[in-house]
Design a protein around this ligand. Structure first.
Ligand SMILES: [Ca+2]
Ligand SMILES: [Ca+2]
Ligand SMILES: [Ca+2]
Length: 437
């Protein structure tokens, strides 16, 4: 068939094909979703996002992106709307791309990336309606999901919101109110690469890793400028890390609960925490008096848990009765502040010179302090203000200075950078556009 006919067919099926530069090898495709109704693609071999109703649904766009065979981006433009998944998995059938959760399958060409772009986390909602997970990202699938809310997932296995075995970047998004029977209520990162940036993981539930569960050796997981809050699990209320490359940078872990160990973070192999705020988490939330230590961080015996310029305070064990910021050995550098570091923690790294105490009442509540995520402000007089004592300053895992705090306010403000994710006095834009940073 000739080119103009192909183009007309694509336009009719709400496809915009963008070829950047004549003779360029780069070719992106954009699918523009035009219905909130959940219908399957009616022909996966035609290159068209098209359902039996003549629409381009989110499921059809993903399916056709899975089958896209050119080597660049497959972009899915997802307007504001409430996208409720509604195709059950037939009894005994495979939960593939046509039914149940949204499957991003292995790329046909290595490195090809699917990009799902919502309008904003407040207005583009993807809801599994509690009948299964929301997303499953396969091994060998690079994907970016931005400006959406992912909620209502309920998995009998792992990854209530997202199960990631691929290479996923989650940006300016919210993962909330998802449940998994085993691992990762919000996100289960199973031997995948995961970057969570400027996003919120909140109010999810699982057996291990209420917000996020990570598993795998050599699989990089980075939580950057994000907030993990109000999640619950048996162990690892906020994050359960069963991998060796979890980096928590410029982020907040708050108000998560575990019935057993690790209210905020359970570190099983290796965890690296830079300029983060870990407050108001609770271990032994079920008050059964067995287990339940490490309200903020539980560092399992033999694990490596590195903490740099971070604020770990007002965490509890046994139902918010006993202050219990950490359990186990923390490897500390820079200047770290605790509410109570005496009872269960010991320290390596710079040792006793690398940590002190903060008065918890100088930490504000978790709220909108500007930026795209909620944070805990430092209140006037807080020991965390201007107190990253050594010459390291606020840095990420590459020891690169952090130019902003979690909210996007320039740091340092004042004479020094502040301990934790929030820079006192830093000015932020309270209104964010939908564009990439
Ligand atoms: Ca099709
Ligand atoms: Ca599926
Ligand atoms: Ca400062």
């Amino acid at each position: 068939m000739n080119a103009p006919i192909v183009f007309r067919r694509m336009a009719a099926a709400w496809i915009v094909l963008v070829v950047l530069g004549a003779g360029s090898a780069r070719a992106d495709v954009t699918f523009i979703v035009n219905t909130v109704l959940d219908l399957a693609d009616d022909n996966t071999n035609d290159g068209l996002c098209h359902t039996s109703a003549g629409t381009c649904s989110l499921r059809a766009a993903i399916t056709q992106a899975n089958h896209w065979s050119n080597p660049e981006y497959a972009i899915i433009n997802l307007p504001a709307g409430n996208y409720v998944l509604s195709i059950p998995v037939p009894f005994g059938a495979v939960d593939d791309e046509a039914v149940g959760d949204l499957n991003l399958t292995t790329a046909l060409i290595a490195g090809q990336r699917i990009v799902i772009l919502g309008q904003s986390a407040a207005s583009t909602i993807i809801d599994a309606n509690h009948v299964g997970s929301v997303f499953a990202i396969a091994q060998g699938r690079p994907a970016t999901i931005s400006h959406v809310t992912i909620r209502g997932g309920n998995s009998p296995f792992s990854g209530g919101g997202i199960r990631n075995e691929g290479d996923l970047t989650l940006f300016r998004s919210i993962v909330e109110n998802n449940t998994a029977h085993t691992y990762g209520g919000g996100i289960d990162n199973f031997q995948g690469a995961l970057l969570v940036k400027s996003s919120t993981i909140r109010s999810n539930d699982a057996h291990e890793g209420g917000g996020i569960d990570t598993f795998g050796i050599g699989n990089r997981v980075e939580i950057l400028a994000s907030t993990v809050s109000d999640n619950h699990a048996y162990q690892g209320g906020g994050i359960y890390n069963d991998g060796d490359q979890l980096f928590v940078v410029n982020s907040t872990v708050s108000a998560n609960t575990a019935d057993d160990n690790g209210g905020g973070i359970y570190s099983r192999i290796a965890t690296f925490i830079y300029n983060s705020t870990i407050v108001d988490n609770d271990a032994d939330d079920d008050h059964d008096q067995t287990g339940g230590s490490g309200g903020g961080i539980y560092a399992e015996s033999g694990s490596r848990s590195l903490v740099v310029n971070s604020l770990i305070a007002a965490n509890y064990a046994t139902g918010y009765v006993n202050e219990n910021d950490c359990q186990g050995i923390l490897e500390v550098y820079g200047w770290n502040l605790f509410g109570d570091d005496g009872a269960f923690c010991s320290f390596s790294g710079n040792g006793a010179s690398s940590h002190g105490l903060i008065t918890p009442s100088t930490i504000g509540p978790l709220q909108d302090n500007g930026g795209s995520t909620w944070t805990h402000a430092l209140l006037p007089g807080s020991q965390a203000i201007d107190s990253t004592y050594d010459n390291l300053g606020c840095v990420d895992e590459n020891l690169t200075p952090l130019p902003d705090d979690q909210r996007g306010g320039s740091r340092p403000f004042g004479v020094r950078c502040d301990v934790g994710a929030y820079e006192y006095g830093a000015v932020t834009d309270r209104i964010f556009s939908n564009g990439f940073e």
